[in-house]
Design a protein around this ligand. Structure first.
Ligand code: SF4
Ligand code: SF4
Length: 215
């Protein structure tokens, strides 16, 4: 069953940052859906589909924001399970800049539910991207143009995480684009440390389970 925000209702109660992030993603996804629908009305056909992942191998500078990194860390450490988890842990451990995105497992995004703004918004019309092609550079007219009011509203929902509670302040920050000063590049992050966190979490879980068995 695909991940849904409802599935994490309990986690949202425990972690206010998670509510902010998932609300922001919901707003952004609504904006992407509206932008796609608008283009489809004009007769354009979305090329992106499940199992199509050349972009995840090609793109080398995907922006990711601090709150998103918190989300990815939490999701990967605590929610990814089974063989995807072990493959992902190995990929993170062995990740080197220049490789395909470390979250791409079996040609699918292992953090699809928690993928960053940039991945959610990158959609291409017409034909699928060739291996190694970045449609943003080769045929920008085929790349979806996000609807600004949704993108702005989504960023606005993340600002309380950075301590900006005041609505007017938030408006100014969004208008000036200052939020983008906090951005990191996904491919330059230290993913080995995330693999280590996964390992530590598993050991911790094993200890707890062993303790419960002996009670
Ligand atoms: S951006 Fe290109 S490679 Fe990525 S899913 Fe869409 S068509 Fe496929
Ligand atoms: S986070 Fe997911 S969608 Fe984004 S580049 Fe990596 S594998 Fe692809």
């Amino acid at each position: 069953m695909p991940d849904s925000a409802d599935q994490y209702a309990g986690d949202k109660q425990k972690h206010p940052w998670l509510s902010m992030l998932l609300d922001a993603y919901q707003t952004l996804d609504n904006g992407v859906a509206s932008a796609i629908a608008r283009e489809e009305k004009l007769g354009r056909k979305l090329a992106c589909h499940k199992g199509c992942a050349a972009c995840c191998r090609t793109h080398k500078d995907i922006p990711v924001y601090p709150l998103e990194l918190v989300g990815i860390t939490w999701f990967v450490t605590k929610k990814v399970t089974g063989t995807i988890r072990s493959t992902l842990k190995q990929q993170l451990r062995e990740y080197k800049e220049g490789n395909a995105c470390p979250f791409l497992v079996d040609n699918a995004c292992s953090i699809h539910f928690m993928r960053p703004f940039a991945c959610r918004q990158f959609n291409v019309f017409g034909k699928v991207c060739a291996e190694g092609e970045d449609a943003y550079h080769t045929r920008r007219r085929d790349v979806l143009v996000p609807i600004k009011k949704y993108t702005d509203a989504a960023f606005d929902k993340t600002l309380p995480f950075y301590g900006v509670m005041n609505k007017m302040e938030r408006k100014k920050i969004i208008k000036k684009g200052s939020i983008h000063q906090t951005v990191r590049i996904l491919q330059s992050c230290n993913w080995q440390s995330l693999a280590q966190k996964m390992q530590e979490y598993e050991q911790y879980q094993e200890l707890i389970n062993a303790h419960l068995k002996h009670e």
